[in-house]
Write a protein that binds this ligand. Structure first.
Ligand SMILES: Cc1cc2nc3c(=O)[nH]c(=O)nc-3n(C[C@H](O)[C@H](O)[C@H](O)COP(=O)(O)O)c2cc1C
Length: 153
């Protein structure tokens, strides 16, 4: 089975991100990631990001440097870096805007938890489990929407 680097980080957006801005970020990420054999998931809640990136080691390391220096966020904190099988294989970058998801039963577990790096850092196994539960929510193309409008992307 293919082994990849999986890197999970938390960061805080420099300003509240609107739907258009998130959609633009997601579109470009998915286009780039498809070309680079990168897969993963991006969550947004309370002006913070939680992202899992997985792929070949040199590609992930280069991308992380790019993302870390992106002026749209700060306080970048790596939570977990490990080698293993690809977990988000179908997703060039799944996305959930959790600010819009308060009522969904599938996301209830993560909504009950504080969305902060101290919690995620102290509870890596729970964090991985919560992230993985997003795989089952919907088809990747449908998950990759902002708010409730399908991007058709
Ligand atoms: C929270 C966050 C997550 C991002 N995730 C990705 C990603 O998964 N893939 C990607 O290519 N760029 C991602 N970016 C954007 C990069 O920082 C950078 O702007 C982009 O890769 C530049 O692409 P370009 O060279 O095609 O213009 C992310 C940015 C932020 C703020």
């Amino acid at each position: 089975m293919e082994q990849v680097i999986t890197l999970t980080y938390w960061s805080r957006a420099t300003h509240p991100m609107g739907e258009e801005e998130l959609l633009e970020l997601l579109r470009k990420s998915r286009r780039n990631n498809g070309r680079r054999n990168i897969t993963g998931l991006l969550l947004y809640r309370d002006q913070c990001f939680l992202q899992v990136l997985e792929g070949p080691e040199p590609v992930v390391s280069t991308l992380i440097q790019t993302i870390e220096s992106d002026p749209r966020h700060h306080s970048f904190r790596t939570l977990c870096r490990e080698v293993g099988p690809r977990q988000f294989g179908d997703w060039q970058m799944g996305f959930e805007n959790l600010d819009d998801e308060a009522g969904r039963s599938e996301t209830a577990a993560i909504m009950r938890r504080p969305f902060d790096p101290d919690y995620f850092g102290a509870n890596p196994t729970t964090t991985q489990t919560l992230l993985l539960c997003f795989r089952g929510i919907a088809d990747p193309a449908v998950v990759a929407t902002v708010g409730h409008a399908s991007s058709g992307d």
